[in-house]
Design a protein around this ligand. Structure first.
Ligand SMILES: [Zn+2]
Length: 359
């Protein structure tokens, strides 16, 4: 496996994560998240970030708000998004990271989505129930980037991902000539030996990429000025979130919540969500398709909430930008998001200098 010495651990959080009792761990994580955030923003903003919409697809309504939303619709619609992030690392180099560059054409081979296609037919599930906004390739081209400009790929977790088209393996040639996958060690070890209750969400063989393309992360990782990976386990063992500082705010991206209101459920206008949160005494509502460790996922969402803070444009809401964003659709009445924050875009994305691109 590759090592990247230019990253640093994000301070305060690792110690809090190591507390074994879940209630005490949450208390300690709250303090640590605020301390880490303060240190993080002191270094200044990221160089650039762009948000790109990939595909809108159906997702079981019962999962989106842990069963809280009251609607007869079996599916909600979600829009997958990718962030292109450029940050200056500890060596002073500007690096390009793609966060959640889903290769959705390969991803439909995951057993869960395969079953959806079987049930509704390829035409319905692909044409009627899905909308393609652009591919990773087309978005990079419109930002003026080539595949050789990309240093790193990372995903909040590896459900539905097939990495072979991007990084090579199994006789497939790599689209990105020099990019490396940043992944939590816990996630990488897990995908190599899945439990039967996990298998439905994974593309068979999707993680069979060359070992030299993989950089293993151990917990919270400070990538460079204004960019960090937060360890946010629960949904999967090695789940992680992207945190970015711009000149006016911090935002966090993951799939732990499907909308910003997942972090402020008392402000949700979706029928059932506010009452559910009041009844349960929850301050966040989980996107709950896998319940591997719901206590950890809840605590991870509190970390995300405190680290992101409030939106600069919609101050009552948390500056959380879901990687799978709940999207209004005729097929899911009553399940439109209460609010959608403007997608994060900041600074100017630039190509990598030719000397490094060839390296
Ligand atoms: Zn997932």
């Amino acid at each position: 496996m590759s090592q990247s010495p230019a990253f640093r651990p994000l301070p305060f959080l690792a110690e809090a994560h190591s507390e074994p009792l879940p209630g005490l761990r949450l208390q300690r994580l709250r303090r640590a998240a605020l301390e880490a955030r303060e240190r993080f923003v002191q270094e200044g903003p990221v160089a650039a970030v762009a948000t790109c919409e990939l595909v809108t697809f159906p997702y079981p309504a019962q999962f989106a708000f842990s069963g809280a939303a009251l609607s007869p619709a079996p599916y909600v619609m979600m829009t997958n998004r990718m962030q292109v992030v450029q940050f200056v690392d500890a060596k002073g180099e500007r690096r390009t990271l793609l966060f959640n560059p889903s290769d959705y054409e390969r991803g439909v081979a995951a057993p869960f989505y395969h079953a959806l296609r079987e049930r509704y037919g390829g035409f319905v599930s692909d044409k009627l129930m899905s909308t393609r906004h652009g591919t990773v390739q087309s978005h990079l081209a419109s930002l003026g980037l080539t595949p050789a400009d990309v240093d790193y790929l990372a995903f909040d977790h590896l459900h539905i991902q097939d990495l072979r088209g991007w990084l090579g393996g199994d006789g497939v040639s790599a689209y990105f000539p020099r990019a490396k996958l940043l992944v939590q060690r816990a996630e990488w070890e897990m995908v190599k030996d899945l439990h039967p209750m996990q298998t439905v969400w994974f593309v068979p063989g999707g993680a069979d990429i060359p070992a030299e393309r993989v950089v293993l992360l151990d917990g919270d990782t400070w990538l460079g000025v204004g960019a960090a990976i937060l360890s946010t386990p629960g949904h999967t063992r090695g789940n992680m979130s992207l945190a970015v500082a711009t000149s006016r705010e911090v935002f966090v991206v993951s799939e732990n919540g499907v909308a910003t209101e997942s972090y402020t459920p008392l402000l949700s206008a979706i029928p059932g969500v506010r009452r559910f949160a009041e009844h349960m005494g929850w301050e966040v509502v989980l996107n709950g398709n896998t319940r591997e460790d719901s206590l950890s996922q809840y605590s991870s969402m509190v970390v995300e909430k405190l680290f992101a803070g409030h939106s600069a444009v919609e101050g009552a809401f948390i500056n959380f930008h879901p990687s799978s964003l709940l999207t209004s659709h005729l097929l899911s009445p009553g399940l439109a998001p209460t609010i959608v924050l403007p997608a994060p875009n900041f600074g100017d994305v630039r190509p990598t200098p030719a000397s490094r691109r060839a390296a």
